[in-house]
Structure formats: structure tokens, C-alpha cells
Design a protein around this ligand. Structure first.
Ligand code: CP
Length: 301
């Protein structure tokens, strides 16, 4: 049966456990056997870490990888996404890793491919979902020693436009995190009633009080009208992770960021490389998580 990874909500609990357990094993040095076939990275939005991470994960399993970007693909000549996907499937591609600017693009593509010829992995669609990021964030927190029950977590910044926040909240609340707080500028907060699993707090200091971990988010200017949220320095003063704010958090607490980081906006320049940062650990564990994801996807065929 062809599997897809579309969002956290469509992922079974057993599948979450399988993927996180396997990512943990791979991070601890477990070997992985070779698989046969090709996968395509179809990225219609910019990416560094997600695209390269999927590429390295696929190569680690012996899979061929093709990278397709908007400006060099026939999408720029008007080919529809479904026709591009069918073309890739006809060449034997077993999975398409899709990044797309539209909400639900991955689910729409999976539903249109009714013959089940190719698995679809959502590598970020609009502001809807980024499930592999959420899975790697959970794997990173688990690897750092955090347990779900009792875990207090804050997510700070541009929650409104963040597919990472939506997928993180869906996954971490399902895993049993004790408390998830969200905070950010009023205009960058989600609509009232959205994300009911998270507690809205009015300022960053309340959000960080006593938490085990904080996920800082980039201002997603590409999802705003021209002008958007104007001022990085003002954001940093009010919503940034500064040395003083980190010092006020519990000593064991850690901070994460899905990247790319804008230094001195979401996080103070001097903190980004501190031992309490899990940012590069997220990137490292991300390769293991995506390796586990390809195993899960390919072995289901
Ligand atoms: N976290 C993330 O999606 O980063 P990229 O945009 O570089 O892939």
C-alpha cells in the first residue's frame, strides 16, 4: 500500500512511534539496509535544510535522488503539479517530496494520484503543515532527554504563518506534552479558536517562565503582504530570545529553531551557538528522521 506523509493529523499513532523510535536508533548508530529506486525532491519554494536533508537520507539508503526546482522545471512552462507528478511516477519515482507555497498542496496531490503510484511527502505546504520538521523536533527533544509527560514548551514568534508551529503543536500535544504556550505579536498570532491545544500568553517572559524548551520562529515575510511586520530590531527587543531571558529560564532548558535563523531577530547573535541551543542537533537528527521516513514509505510498497 502506498504511504504518504501529509500532515501530523493523518499519521497513525503507531506510525509516529515507529518513526521516532527508528530515528532514535539511527541517531544512536544503527545501520540501515539498501533500498532500490528513485525519489524526487520537488521544491517549489526555497529550502536549504529540508531539501538537502531528504537528499542525504535517500542517498544513505542507496536511493537515487532527483532535485527539481521551480525555475528549472516544466512547472515554469505551465505544467500542472499532477502532470509533473504523473510524469515522475511514469519514470519509476517511488516518492515525491513536495514543498509548495499553497496550503494542502500535498494532500491535494496525493488525492489526485488515485492509482497509488507514488508516495507523497509534505516538505512544507503554505502555512498548513511541515510534518517531517515536527517529527524531527520531537526526535530532537527525546534525544536530548526530555520526556513528554511533564514537558512544558513555549513557541514564540510568527505563529500565524508557521506550518512548523501547527505541526509541532499537533504532534507534541498528541505525544502528551504537559503544556504548550504560544506567544508573539498580536498580528502574528493565529485567529481566535485556532490551535486550541496551546495556551496563548501575552508576552515572552510569561511564555518562558519555567519551560523546559522554547521553539523560536522566524518572521515569515514571504507569507505577508508587502510591508509585513516591519522591524527586526523591535521584534527582537520584545519577542527575541536574549541572554537575560535565557538566564531567567530553568538551567536545564534548551532552545530550538527550525531555521533559517535571523540572528539578532529571533535569537541574540551570541546565543545561537550556545550549548543550550539544539538548532544544529535538529538538523543532525533530521537526517535520521528522514531516513526512517523513507524506510517507512518504501517498505510499505
Ligand atoms: N526548517 C526548514 O524547513 O528549513 P528550510 O526552509 O531551509 O528547508
Amino acid at each position: 500500500m502506498t504511504r504518504h506523509l501529509l500532515d501530523i493529523e493523518h499519521l497513525g499513532q503507531d506510525d509516529v512511534t515507529t518513526l521516532l523510535t527508528r530515528a532514535g536508533e539511527l541517531a544512536a548508530g544503527a545501520a540501515c539496509g539498501a533500498r532500490v529506486g528513485a525519489v524526487a525532491n520537488l521544491f517549489l519554494e526555497p529550502s536549504t535544510r529540508t531539501r538537502v536533508s531528504f537528499q542525504i537520507a535517500a542517498r544513505r539508503l542507496g536511493l537515487d535522488v532527483v532535485n527539481i526546482e521551480q525555475q528549472y522545471s516544466s512547472a515554469s512552462k505551465g505544467e500542472s503539479l499532477i502532470d509533473t507528478a504523473r510524469t515522475l511516477a511514469a519514470m519509476g519515482v517511488r516518492a515525491i517530496v513536495l514543498r509548495h507555497p499553497d496550503n494542502h498542496a500535498a494532500a491535494d496531490l496525493a488525492s489526485a494520484l488515485t492509482d497509488g503510484s507514488v508516495g507523497i511527502v509534505n516538505a512544507g505546504d503554505g502555512q498548513h503543515a511541515h510534518p517531517s520538521q515536527a517529527l524531527l523536533d520531537a526526535a530532537t527533544l527525546a534525544h536530548a532527554g526530555f520526556e513528554w509527560s511533564g514537558l512544558k514548551l513555549a513557541i514564540i514568534g510568527d505563529i500565524r504563518h508557521s506550518r512548523v508551529a501547527r505541526s509541532d503543536i499537533a504532534l507534541l500535544s498528541r505525544l502528551g506534552a504537559a503544556e504548550i504556550r504560544i506567544a508573539g505579536p498580536e498580528e502574528l498570532m493565529p485567529d481566535a479558536g485556532e490551535l486550541p491545544e496551546a495556551i496563548r500568553v501575552p508576552d515572552i517572559d510569561t511564555a518562558l517562565d519555567g519551560v523546559d524548551a522554547v521553539i523560536c520562529l522566524r518572521i515569515q515575510r514571504e507569507r505577508m503582504a508587502a510591508g509585513g511586520y516591519p522591524d527586526g530590531a523591535a521584534f527582537h527587543a520584545r519577542w527575541g530570545l536574549t541572554a537575560e531571558r535565557l538566564a531567567a529560564m530553568p538551567d536545564h532548558s534548551r532552545f530550538l529553531h527550525p531555521g533559517p535563523v535571523n540572528r539578532d531577530v529571533e535569537i541574540a547573535e551570541a546565543l545561537v551557538d550556545s550549548p543550550r541551543a539544539l538548532i544544529l542537533e535538529q538538523v543532525r537528527i533530521g537526517v535520521h528522521l528522514r531516513t526512517a521516513l523513507f524506510e517507512w514509505l518504501i517498505d510499505a510498497d
